[in-house]
Design a protein around this ligand. Structure first.
Ligand SMILES: [Zn+2]
Length: 439
């Protein structure tokens, strides 16, 4: 009798617990007990298995994955802090709001986390919970797969030294540079005949000319010291020295020339991927301008004189010195410059226009519609530098948002995109379909 009661009780618990019809369907379809049992197990809260290399071995991330909510601090200046690591994660997903300025002086930590939550319809909170981490980890893991794929196609990647702790891995940085240089026409030529910084040799040469100091610096093959002047010379003149590459702008801990001993406390204005690539594009624009080969297709003299002559009174020594007397031809000139900084002189005009052409093609074309001088600049770049390739980049949304809040030009082109923290770069350099737009 006791046995019957116990069996009855077990059956009753099962039926009440998981539903009679559910159980019956298993019996009638001949399903085994193990699968019923596992379906019961799966309804219990599970431990999140972290997929990204970035978070996988981090003790705080592992603890959150077990269900322990983590109270976020505002402070992220120490490179070992979980908050700094979090911002590095958002950096790899294209976020631009990584500094205090993006959140009106508030810490970007909760700002970025809660903007990420908003995208995923998760309620804002001061804690980092398992659900938010799950989304973040998943997107990062996908990013890592893509980055690795792109990095291995980029020859200079073999020269990259490892990234500082808790910053984006070197594969990610390689993806950034490969993305930019891979999107430019193959025959684009910069200073001293370098092409679009794709081969190890082009990378080495660009590194020595520095792209305005924004690409980074050489260190020894074993990443333990800087090159001696003799080694540097051997490397530049005959490529007899092997080297590794350190980026001291992109990585917060390497700024202030700390390639060998990364800083423990970082600058509070963390550079976003878009900021970095914008800077590299601007500087590469300068080096393209210094190479007159690109710019002489239309006719001699040198193209920078032709380009500069659109808005500036050029000195009679042009083309030899590429100089202007920096006088602008017109006083009412907002419409003919892509940014305030472009008004500095013809070189900055070229570099700003160059970066806008690549990263904000949509904005450049929209603005060129209402100013014939700006249109001349766009056409100059299109025909003489970009081999008629045009970019469907930037998007008019941020430009319109800017216009709704400002009556002035942005100081630099990237301000259209980075003044508002709620923008995420998609890393794409879509080529404009020719049918979509005509001048
Ligand atoms: Zn410049």
């Amino acid at each position: 009798m006791k046995k019957i009661i116990i069996i009855f009780a077990i059956v009753a618990i099962l039926v009440l617990g998981i539903g009679g019809s559910y159980l019956m369907s298993y019996f009638f379809s001949g399903t085994n007990y193990a699968s019923i049992f596992s379906s019961i197990i799966n309804t219990k809260p599970s431990i999140l298995v972290l997929k990204s290399s970035f978070f996988k071995n981090d003790p705080i991330a592992v603890s959150i994955a077990k269900g322990n909510d983590y109270l976020l601090s505002d402070s992220f200046e120490h490179i070992n802090s979980f908050e700094f690591k979090l911002l590095s994660a958002f950096k790899q997903l294209g976020f631009v709001g990584l500094g205090y300025s993006a959140y009106d002086g508030q810490s970007p930590v909760s700002g970025a986390v809660n903007y990420f939550r908003k995208i995923h319809s998760i309620r804002a909170s001061n804690y980092l919970d398992k659900k938010t981490l799950e989304f973040l980890d998943k997107e990062l893991a996908q990013r890592e797969i893509n980055d690795k794929k792109v990095a291995t196609t980029y020859p200079p990647f073999s020269k990259f030294m490892d990234s500082p702790i808790n910053e984006p891995p070197k594969e990610h940085l390689a993806m950034l540079l490969a993305g930019l240089f891979g999107s430019l026409p193959k025959n684009i030529t910069s200073f001293e005949g370098c092409h679009n910084v794709w081969t190890v040799e082009e990378f080495r040469d660009s590194l020595s000319y520095g792209l305005g100091g924004n690409l980074g610096r050489f260190i020894s093959e074993d990443s333990t010291r800087y090159l001696t002047p003799q080694e540097y010379n051997d490397l530049i003149s005959n490529n007899q020295t092997d080297f590794k590459y350190c980026n001291d702008l992109y990585y917060s801990a390497n700024q202030l020339d700390n390639c060998l001993t990364p800083a423990l406390h970082v600058n509070t204005q963390i550079m976003s991927d878009f900021d970095y690539i914008y800077t590299v594009t601007h500087e590469f624009g300068h080096s393209v301008a210094f190479n007159s080969d690109n710019l002489t297709d239309v006719s001699k003299p040198s193209g920078i004189c032709l380009f500069g002559g659109i808005s500036f009174v050029m000195d009679s020594s042009c083309p030899a010195g590429h100089v202007s007397i920096s006088d602008k031809k017109r006083v009412d000139n907002n419409g003919e410059f892509i940014s305030e900084y472009a008004k500095t002189n013809q070189d900055e005009d070229f570099a700003e226009s160059f970066s806008a052409y690549v990263l904000a093609g949509d904005v450049f074309r929209e603005r060129a519609k209402s100013n014939s001088y700006l249109k001349q600049k766009y056409d100059f770049l299109k025909n003489n530098v970009f081999d008629k390739r045009e970019f469907d980049t930037g998007g008019l949304e941020r430009y319109e948002l800017w216009n709704s809040k400002h009556n002035s030009l942005p100081n630099v082109v990237r301000d259209y995109f980075t003044q508002e923290s709620s923008w995420v770069w998609d890393y794409k350099y879509n080529i404009l379909k020719q049918s979509k737009w005509f001048f």
